[in-house]
Design a protein around this ligand. Structure first.
Ligand SMILES: [Zn+2]
Length: 77
């Protein structure tokens, strides 16, 4: 049985692999999550932090692309 510390150490990898069907999440890991609400909360928070970070990153990229387009347009005029 994994302990809470091991869960937090593997949490990021768990979230990475969760959406890949060929890499099934560790059964031990899921079992711990079923039994431990602290780790469930931790995973949930980590997940929303990652979603938020991805959103911010894609918005930054969009802004940069927008800036580049603007710069191109300015050069052309
Ligand atoms: Zn736990």
């Amino acid at each position: 049985m994994l302990n809470c510390r091991e869960i937090t150490q593997q949490a990021s990898a768990y979230l990475d692999n969760r959406d890949e069907p060929e890499r099934k999440p560790d059964l031990q890991f899921r079992l711990h999550l079923m039994l431990c609400r602290h780790c469930r909360r931790f995973i949930r928070q980590l997940h929303s932090a990652r979603v938020l970070a991805a959103k911010v990153q894609s918005e930054q990229q969009r802004t940069e692309q927008g800036d580049q387009t603007l710069a191109r347009l300015k050069r052309r005029n």
